[in-house]
Design a protein around this ligand. Sequence first.
Ligand code: F6R
Length: 606
Amino acid sequence: MCGIIGFTGKLDAKEVLLEGLKTLEYRGYDSAGIAFVTDGGIKTIKRKGKVDNLYNTVKEESNDVTTCGIGHTRWATHGGVSDINSHPHTAGKVTLIHNGIIENYQELQAELETKGKKPISQTDTEIAAMVINDLYDGNPINTIKKADEVLHGAYGFCIMFEDFPGEIYCIRNGSPLVAGICDDGAVIASDVVALIKYTKDYFVLPEHQIAKLTPDKITVMDLDGNELCPEMLHVSWDIAAARKGGYDYFMLKEIHEQPEALRNTILPRVKNGMPDFTTDGISDDLFTDCNRIIIAGCGTAMHAGLVGKNMIEKLIRVPVSVEIASEFRYADPIVDEKTLLITISQSGETADTLAALRLAKEKGAKTLSIVNVKGSSIARESDYVLYTHAGPEIAVASTKAYTVQLACIYLTAFRMAIAKKCISDAEVKELVACLMKTIEDVEKILKYDKQIETIAHMLDKAEDLFFIGRGLDYALSCEGSIKLKEISYIHSEAYAAGELKHGTISLITDNVPCIALATQEHVYAKMISNVQEVRSRGAGVILITNAGVTVDAALCDHQIILPKMDDRFAPFGAAVVLQYIAYYAAVSRGLNVDQPRNLAKSVTVE
Ligand code: F6R
C-alpha cells in the first residue's frame, strides 16, 4: 500500500519520480505528490487524485531543475483524501514520505502539542515528520535512530533534510523498501517495478537499518552508523513485463500471461515426471514430521489455500485448516512443533499474513511460504519458500498469481504424498502430467474471451448475484465472487450449493443471477439439482461444466464448457473463466478495471 520512490543522481528527478509514481500507482491512487531539491530549498507539489493529475500540475507549476527528490502515491488510512493529507509532509527541516501506519501518533501528537506544535493535516505521517524534526540535532543518522525508538507501527520512510540537499535517508519497519544504483544515480522504491528501468540488481533494505542515498552511492548502516552490506538480488523479468504491452488493462494482460506463468512455475520443479524441490532447498523431512497443516493467507491467496486443502487432504489424509490470516493471529490458534504452516501471498508483504507467520514460528511450527515477490518479508522470514514465477502482477485484482499459487500447492501436495509414502511413483507421475496439462487447457480457455464477453452482458443490470458450487467448485466460487465484487462493484456471494436452501435461497429472484460451477463429477447430480432449485425461482444461470456433459437447455441461459480436464485440476480452467467474467462485467460497466475504488495492491497495513 502506498507507492514510494526516491531518486538522487544525474537525471531530471521530477521525471524519474513522476514516471516511477505512474508505475507504482497500483499501490494506491487516492493522491500523489513529490518533493524535490531546488536552489531555493525543498519544493513540494501534491494533489488528490491520480498521478496524471499531479503530472499536469507539476508541468504547470514548476520549471525547476532538480536531480534529487521523493515521490508518493497514497492509499489513505489516517485522514481523508485531500491535497493537504497527501504526501510528502514537511515539518521544519524535514520532508518525508511514508508507507504504513504510525500506531502511537495520537500520543506523539499530544506531546508535540504541549510544546505548541500543531499539525496542519489529519495524518499520522505529518506527526512522524514533526517528531523527526523535533529530534533533529543536525545529524540525520542520530536523529533517525532516536525516531526509530519513538515511532511505533509499520513504516517505510524516505526523508530529506533541508541541510543535506542531494541526500535521501530511508528506514523501514514492516513496509517494504528496495534500492539499487546505476550509472545515473541511486533509486529507492516500495517495489522493484519502479527500479527496473534503472537497474535489475537491487537489495531489500533490512528493517531498522538506514539507507543513505547520494548520487553515486547507497550506504547501508545500522542505527549506530556502522556500514553493512545487504544481500544483492537480481530481477529476472524485463521492464516490458511491467507495462501493458498493447492490452487495455493490466488485468487482461495478466490473465493472458497465465500459461507462461504456469510453465515457469511448474516445469523447473518437475524432474523425470516427478515433483522435485531440490533447487528450492526443500527436503522431504519438512513434510514427514508434520501431523497438522495450516494454510494462511488473505483474499485470493487464501482462496488458493481452499483448493489446496482438498488436494493435500485427499493425498495424505492429514487435516488441513485454511485460515484467514487476520483472524488466525488473534484466535489463539492451536500450533505446535508438528504443525506445518503454509502461508500464501503474491506480494509477500501482506501485514496479516506476515503476522500469522511470525505467530506460528513463535509457537514452534515449521513454515513454508508460497510467494511471488523475491526477497519479500514473508519469503525472508519463512523457513522455506516456493517462489511462484508469475512475474510482476500490477492489476489490483489477482489473476495469474492465483493459478500459480494453485500450481505450487498442488506440487507441495504431491511431494508430501511421496514423503509420507502414501502414493506410488506411477500415481504421482499421473498427477504431475495432469498438472502440466493445465497449461494447454488454460491456453484453450483464453480463446473463450469473445464468448464470455457476450455472456457477461447478462450481468449488466445485476446488483446482486450468487456463485454456487460444491467441493472444489465451492472453493472456486469464493474466488469468482471476490473477483467480480472488487472490479465490477456487483454485490455477490459465494455459497456452497447445498447450503442455499437453509435460508439464503429466499434472496433468489429473477433479478438475481447465479453463476453455477458443476465441474466435479462425484457431486454433479446434486449440483444440477441445486441449479434447478434456483432456476425454478427465476434466477438467470451461467453454468460452467467440464467437457462431455450435456445439460437440458432449460437449465441455464448460458453454458461454458471447459476443455476435458481431470476434475481435480478443473480449478485451473474454471478460474480463468471466472476471471474473464469479472473482467468483462467490469469493462461493460465502464469501470477502471486495474484501479478499483478503495483498493490497492499489497496490503501492508492490518
Ligand atoms: C484479490 C486480491 C487480494 C489479495 C490479498 C492478498 O484479487 O488480489 O484479495 O489476494 O490482498 O494479497 P497477497 O497475495 O499479496 O498476500
